[in-house]
Design a protein around this ligand. Structure first.
Ligand code: ADP
Length: 498
């Protein structure tokens, strides 16, 4: 019998739903059924698949309130934040639906040498039959669907495994696929880590978003099965505020970038480096804005700006980072305390890299701000990290900021904005170092990653009955081969001729 897992609200602990914990056999059955339906799905071609995805987009929009309601109940987020996932998914769907046929089109590369003059060369894209999408609790709908949609458009079947803490909105969203009568190529399995591990053991490609620890476990399992995985993991994103920055905009960006979603974003601003000449003014602006934030949870209302942390484990981590900073000489200018799973938005100063809050991922509403002498020191400190997901630079001199960006060890750099790379679908979103492997989005790559290239090389019919390299092996054929290699391959006349 399947055991059940309670889903509770992090705001007040009340039970908001229940899911089954699907074990290995059940996951295996689901994947087998998806595998059976996939060839026909791939066979209908990208135009018809795009048609289904557009119908699905409309269903999501028609069910927006219900889905966001479930998401809000299981995350406790402010209503505005609960409404962020679906607009992103709609944009992703439209982008890939519009471009799928072009991105997946056959390619006929030019022949590269006289040796292949008689060949016709074709590269087709063939989907991985079943893609598994395993996701965390911070953006339950968004992080599931922005990967499921391009995978489906690529012609794959998709099984999603949402976090056991926030499975309700995702499960309801996947039900919508059946409701619109689409082919049975999209399913949801529920459960905790064991269910995720079973998915990795069954599918042909794993798309994972979550912690670096779990990402590494998944990479190991995938390596054992020799299947690819794409990992979007943790971050410790730095913001660099240069002396010529628009300080009010930089302060607003730091506060939203660090505190939005209670700081529970892989791309949250986790540490800020400010050039000495503008440090005091910047800290004052940030502190004033953080003090004005309202902490609480009111379902579909607008009374609060910052919701609870998702789990008590997260609360423990944030408390540990703040306590460690204080012990090592940092000061809290605002915040610093928690009540249950609500952690006050917190500004820390007098911080340095001996402190956990500057080196380990906090994933909470903290903003440690450090004074630096100049840009060089800011770059050196920003790069002093095991992570490399994204970074932010504020400067009025955008050309110079682009030069500084090239010095940062990070998969993306946003200049005069936070997170804007996430919404620029033609550019890749990839984590360096401990922040991941592979990328999502990036135009053609965002959909091709769910496919394998298949090379079809055709010999035209007018070719001879035998080729030079086939049997029989003779001295004269080998001599012709050697001569041809010299004639066609050498870089100078002497070698070509002698
Ligand atoms: P977080 O700390 O953000 O919840 P995790 O990496 O622990 O991040 O979890 C992200 C997702 O990975 C969840 O859906 C979780 O159930 C799943 N998961 C956890 N452990 C494993 C595992 N060993 N194999 C596959 N999936 C896992």
């Amino acid at each position: 019998m399947t055991s059940m897992i309670d889903v509770t609200s992090p705001a007040d602990g009340r039970r908001v739903g229940q899911i089954g914990s699907q074990l290995r056999d059940s996951v295996s059955d689901v994947v087998a059924s998806l595998r059976g339906s996939q060839p026909a799905w791939e066979g209908i071609g990208p135009h018809d698949r795009a048609g289904w995805l557009r119908r699905y987009r409309d269903w999501l929009l028609d069910n927006h309130d219900r889905l966001c309601g479930l998401l809000q109940a299981e995350t406790g987020k402010p209503w505005t934040e609960a409404n962020l996932d679906l607009p992103y998914v709609v944009d992703v769907t439209n982008y890939y639906a519009k471009n799928a046929a072009r991105f997946l089109a056959d390619q006929r590369p030019a022949r590269h040498s006289l040796l292949t003059i008689t060949k016709r060369q074709l590269v087709t894209r063939r989907a991985y039959p079943v893609v598994g999408v395993i996701t965390p609790w911070n953006f339950p709908l968004g992080l599931t669907l922005i990967d499921a949609v391009p995978a489906l458009l690529a012609g794959a079947s998709v099984v999603v495994k949402p976090s056991e803490f926030t499975p309700l909105a995702t499960r309801a969203a996947v039900d919508g696929w059946t409701e619109i009568g689409a082919p049975p190529v999209f399913a949801c399995v529920t459960g905790a880590g064991e269910t995720g591990a079973a998915v990795v053991d069954e599918v042909d490609y794993v798309q994972f978003t979550g912690s670096t620890r779990t990402g590494k476990a998944i990479a190991k399992s995938a390596a054992t099965r020799l299947i690819p995985c794409s990992l979007e993991l943790g971050g410790k994103d730095a913001m660099l505020v240069l002396a010529d920055a628009d300080l009010p905009r930089a302060a607003n960006a730091a506060v939203w970038g660090g505190i939005a979603n209670a700081g529970q974003m892989c791309t949250s601003v986790e540490r800020v480096y400010v050039e000495a000449s503008v440090y005091d003014e910047f800290v004052n602006l940030v502190t004033d804005r953080v003090r004005a934030l309202r902490l609480g949870s009111d379902a579909t209302g607008y009374r609060y700006d910052v919701g609870p942390l998702a789990t008590s484990t997260q609360v423990d981590i944030v408390r540990r980072h703040v306590a460690d900073a204080l012990e090592r000489g940092a000061r809290v200018l605002v915040g610093g305390q928690n009540s249950g799973q609500f952690f006050e938005p917190t500004v820390l100063v007098d911080v340095d890299h001996s402190m956990l809050c500057m080196t380990e991922e906090t994933f909470g509403p903290t903003l440690p701000i450090m004074r630096v002498a100049d840009v060089d020191e800011a770059v050196q400190l920003a790069n002093d990290s095991a992570y490399g997901l994204s970074a932010t630079i504020f400067s009025r001199d955008t050309r110079r900021a682009e030069e500084v960006a090239r010095l940062l060890q990070s998969g993306a750099v946003n200049i005069n904005d936070v997170f804007s790379n996430l919404f620029a679908l033609p550019v890749p979103q990839s984590g360096w170092k401990q922040s991941g492997m592979g990328a999502r989005n990036g135009g053609v790559y965002g959909i091709q990653k769910f496919t394998r290239p298949q090379a079809i090389v055709t010999s035209r019919l007018m070719t001879p009955r035998s080729e030079l390299t086939w049997y029989p092996y003779t001295a004269s054929r080998t001599a012709v081969l050697r001569r041809a290699a010299r004639l066609l391959g050498a870089g100078d006349l002497r070698r070509k001729l002698f």
